[in-house]
Design a protein around this ligand. Structure first.
Ligand SMILES: Cc1cc2nc3c(=O)[nH]c(=O)nc-3n(C[C@H](O)[C@H](O)[C@H](O)COP(=O)(O)OP(=O)(O)OC[C@H]3O[C@@H](n4cnc5c(N)ncnc54)[C@H](O)[C@@H]3O)c2cc1C
Length: 378
């Protein structure tokens, strides 16, 4: 498959580009940051995402969605990245839906219509450490009556305080590092015993550290099979990782574009600074790195959509490559803005902050480089 979009995907990209630049620009991020919004994103825009059909990209047509794949999801995510749009799209409509797609019809009927309408928000309680480490799950889900009792703590649950349902990975059997014995649960936000402590991240998103103290849930909350949740978790992680990589491509390209525009306008030493070859060489290096990252992400999306066994490897290649390329883009951006780069008045610093948080989300470049090495058997 060629590494560019087909005609239908290009039409979606044009629509998404226009809509997100109009409604979810950096000004939108500043508005929600400056009013210290407790959710960190706009519910009106989330509903408009629903009206545009974006929230149903990974939902089958029979269930009211568009029945498309990760390439199309990535098109939306890239624009979210380019505009730094605060949105629950990645957690809810991509990773969350992907987990629900592996769950029962009852669970899908309960949550999917609200997600399609942009009324429902999901969050993902998968991390128990300050770094991404999803194969290490200590949180317990002990059988209790005809359901389960959850005890333990989760960290960095993005939108954790404002979601309607939290997808929780807990242990119904085995030891902390075992693959067998993990179960995923759909936990409604109002359940007793869930202590949610909000934390604002460097990119102004609001996450939560959540303590679960004897949280009672019924057996219908299980997503997939008891003890076999690792397969569903993998599915969620593959969607989340490739989605986060796509969003980061948007962040990197957005930062590069505003930097190019800046050096074409900024005059110093009696000349426009973009005329200097020293800066042109740096920009062309950055452009090539972003092109490679973009291609790696598209390849990973294509392999995932095809159900290829190589998808896992390519997703880690993509998340690692874009982690490095986008980091280069935001650092070069701040450098080339000179003394004003780190002021709040200029947007480039906001791109650097989003890059920092997104690189942690679903595993940073070091995590994924190591994963590539492991998959290759080093
Ligand atoms: C989704 C999410 C969002 C977060 N957002 C924020 C936030 O907004 N603000 C905040 O304060 N914290 C945030 N954190 C937590 C933050 O990322 C960690 O607390 C922090 O990175 C820990 O720093 P450290 O120096 O202890 O460890 P590390 O970041 O692990 O750094 C240790 C050093 O080792 C290197 N290293 C790590 N692994 C390898 C490897 N395999 N090979 C080679 N080198 C390696 C690293 O590059 C680094 O140089 C977030 C975490 C997550 C999961």
């Amino acid at each position: 498959m060629p590494l560019y979009h087909n005609d239908d995907q290009q039409m979606l990209a044009d629509a998404a580009q226009q809509f997100i630049a109009d409604k979810g620009s950096v000004a939108h991020l500043r508005e929600f940051r400056d009013k210290n919004c407790k959710d960190g994103f706009g519910h009106d825009l989330w509903r408009e995402f629903g009206e545009m059909g974006f929230n149903g990209i990974l939902v089958s047509e029979e269930e009211g969605g568009l029945g498309l794949g990760h390439q199309e999801a990535g098109i939306i995510l890239k624009e979210i990245g380019r505009n730094l749009t605060p949105s629950p799209f990645l957690t809810t409509a991509i990773a969350g839906i992907e987990a629900l797609n592996a769950g029962s019809k009852n669970l899908r009927e309960k949550y999917v219509p609200g997600i399609l309408a942009g009324e429902t928000v999901l969050s993902l309680a998968i991390e128990e450490h300050s770094k991404h480490r999803p194969d290490h799950i200590a949180m317990s889900a002990a059988r209790s009556g005809n359901g389960f009792k959850l005890n333990g703590a989760k960290k960095f649950v993005i939108h954790g305080g404002s979601s309607d349902m939290v997808i929780v990975a807990a242990r119904t059997a085995g030891g902390v590092n075992d693959r067998e014995g993990i179960t995923l649960f759909a936990v409604d936000k109002d359940v007793a015993g869930m202590e949610i402590n909000a934390v604002r991240l460097v990119d102004s998103a609001v996450a939560a550290h959540i303590n679960f103290n004897d949280v009672e849930i019924t057996a219908d909350a299980v997503i997939g099979e008891v003890d076999q949740g690792a397969d569903v978790l993998d599915r969620l992680l593959r969607a989340g990782r490739v989605g986060a990589a796509a969003e980061m491509v948007g962040v990197g390209q957005g930062a590069m574009d505003i930097t190019v525009n800046y050096i074409k306008e900024r005059k110093q030493f009696g000349r426009v600074i973009g005329e200097f070859q020293g800066l042109q060489h740096r920009m062309s290096h950055l452009y090539s790195e972003m092109q490679i990252a973009d291609a790696a992400v598209l390849k990973a999306q294509q392999l995932l959509d095809e159900g290829s066994e190589k998808a896992e490897l390519m997703i880690s290649v993509a998340k690692a490559k874009v982690g490095k390329a986008t980091n280069l883009s935001v650092r070069e951006g701040v450098q080339m803005h000179g003394g004003v780069g780190m002021t709040d008045e200029y947007d480039i610093g906001l791109y650097m902050k989003r890059d920092r948080a997104l690189s942690e989300f679903f595993g940073d470049a070091s995590y994924h480089v190591q994963r590539v090495a492991q998959i290759y058997g080093y």
